[in-house]
Design a protein around this ligand. Structure first.
Ligand code: NAP
Length: 242
């Protein structure tokens, strides 16, 4: 059966993508960094859907960990057909107070990880008979920027350049796309005052926050869309146009 590696799939958007891929018939490597129990629960849900799961603890910002993750998936499933580079961290700090190490850490986890996992997976993807693909999870902030999280926005912009570069590099063997979510309700966005919520919703034409399943739907589309590569799918309830 075809198999996917979904980084950061213990919680939030990554969890939804792992479950959507399982529903669609894919075995899934569930990756976590700190949330082992949550990752085991996701794996149990994948198995309940009739697919195989392997749970791999790996800090994907570390090239050796990223390689170990991909190899564990290939060992368990006999190959890797799709990669979703979803793992990410956020931090709200104005530039004046932002430490260089914090800037580097966000870039490491959000960008270098995608390079690490994609590079490790490439030989397996090239062997795949399942129209192999890589999908990078960027953000609406790649387009708009964000004063209080410049490093996060920069990391998500870099992911779009990485996406287009890899799409060209790996064609015609492997398609590479990005999904750029707007506000999605997860642990990452849980902290907001009622006033912030009113302001945020006023800027979203569909008048609701995104759910992880909305992004999983986009990831499933990009996995299956054989004529789409080097593209960014913006999924934000219309916020980008407003
Ligand atoms: P989340 O709920 O905070 O989950 C983050 C996931 O990433 C967790 O599974 C976490 O694993 C994993 N992770 C963090 N650092 C890692 C590392 N070094 N190695 C491996 N895994 C790591 O976040 P989310 O909202 O689902 O976000 C998922 C992705 O969507 C991120 O790339 C984020 O930037 C992007 N995004 C989110 C939104 C939004 O509104 N939520 C909007 C745009 C883009 P552990 O729990 O095991 O540490």
């Amino acid at each position: 059966m075809p198999a996917a590696v979904v980084t950061g799939s213990s919680r939030g958007i990554g969890r939804a993508i792992a479950l959507r891929f399982a529903e669609d018939g894919y075995d899934v490597a569930v990756n976590y960094h700190t949330s082992e129990d949550a990752a085991e629960s996701v794996a149990a849900e994948v198995r309940d859907l009739g697919r195989e799961a392997v749970v791999v603890g790996a800090d994907v910002s570390d090239p050796e960990d990223a390689t170990r993750l991909v190899e564990a998936a290939a060992d368990a499933f006999g190959g890797v057909d799709h990669v979703v580079n979803n793992a990410g961290i956020d931090q709200h700090v104005y530039t004046e107070d932002l430490a260089p190490d914090d800037f580097d850490r966000v870039m490491d986890v959000n960008v270098n990880s995608a390079f690490n996992v994609t590079k490790a997976a490439l030989p397996f993807l090239r062997e795949s008979a399942d129209d192999p693909s890589v999908t990078n999870v960027s953000s609406i902030l790649a387009h708009t920027g964000a004063p209080i999280e410049c490093h996060y926005a920069a990391s998500k912009g870099a992911l779009l350049s990485l996406t287009r570069s890899h799409a060209g590099d790996f064609a015609p063997d492997v398609r590479v796309n990005a999904v750029a979510p707007g506000h999605v309700e997860t642990d990452m966005t849980g902290d907001r005052t009622p006033e912030e919520e009113r302001e945020q919703l006023a800027a979203i034409p569909v008048d609701r926050y995104g759910q992880p399943a909305d992004i999983a739907e986009a990831a499933a589309y990009l996995r299956d869309a054989g004529f789409v590569t080097g593209e960014t799918l913006n999924v934000n309830g219309g916020e980008l146009m407003s």
